[in-house]
Design a protein around this ligand. Structure first.
Ligand SMILES: *Cc1c(COP(=O)(O)O)cnc(C)c1O
Length: 223
């Protein structure tokens, strides 16, 4: 069930702050997406390749599809023709594969590098050194545009820790921008914050927030 009241409230709040609201629709039916689409939402986030390609086929073509899950290299080809932004780049090899698939589709694909900020083994992401390596060699990937960073905070009630993790992502973002992207206005996106921590994320500089359960209700097979 879609909560339109919450959507409207978040949208107004985010528009005022120039924050992009991504409605995370993983595991939810296409009818829920259509309902939010009819209300005016255009950015949707999905975690699973097959689910995303099915929804892409079934829904309006002007939706901006964000891939926010862990992407396996061998599946990049399925979303390369249409994906709007891939958030979770967590290794250099994946980036090479996306570049190749983007070239095949005659397009440039926008991506965010996932920075590992949580103190949790279960989360994906790259270290500062790994990200810096990728960024230094970005000219080798002509069909990729690096547009910023993405990160997930630890799943904890300790909000001071969450705040610190988001702050470290924002600081790194600012540093990369100064070192490597001064003449690249596209390097502008800081994707952090979900239903439980988006307020802290925005306070720490996020301009792209990924919200699922607040909009669509809880998920039965959450990931
Ligand atoms: C599922 C998911 C979200 C949304 O989570 P909610 O807590 O339901 O808002 C955001 N980001 C990523 C990467 C996710 O996998």
């Amino acid at each position: 069930m879609v909560n339109l009241k919450v959507w409207e409230k978040l949208r107004n709040q985010f528009t005022a702050k120039k924050v992009t609201l991504i409605a995370v629709s993983k595991t939810k039916p296409a009818s829920d997406i259509q309902e939010l689409y009819n209300a005016g939402q255009r950015d949707f986030g999905e975690n699973y390749v097959q689910e995303l390609t099915e929804k892409y086929a079934a829904l309006p073509k002007d939706i901006n599809w964000h891939f926010i899950g862990h992407l396996q290299s061998n599946k990049a080809k399925y979303i390369a023709p249409f994906v709007h932004l891939i958030h979770g780049i967590d290794n250099a090899r994946l980036l090479q594969e996306i570049d190749k698939q983007a070239a095949k589709n005659n397009r440039v694909i926008d991506v965010l590098l996932q920075y590992y900020i949580a103190r949790e083994e279960t989360k994906y992401g790259m270290s500062m050194a790994e990200i810096t390596e990728v960024v230094k060699h970005k000219a080798d990937l002509p069909n990729i545009r690096i547009c910023g960073l993405m990160g997930m905070a630890s799943n904890t009630d300790d909000m001071a820790q969450v705040r610190g993790e988001f702050r470290s992502l924002d600081s790194f973002f600012v540093l990369l921008k100064m070192e490597y992207f001064v003449d690249h206005p596209e390097f502008s996106k800081c994707s952090m914050g979900m239903s439980g921590d988006y307020e802290i994320a925005i306070e720490q500089g996020s301009n792209m927030v990924r919200i699922g359960s607040l909009l669509f209700g809880g998920r039965t097979y959450a990931k």
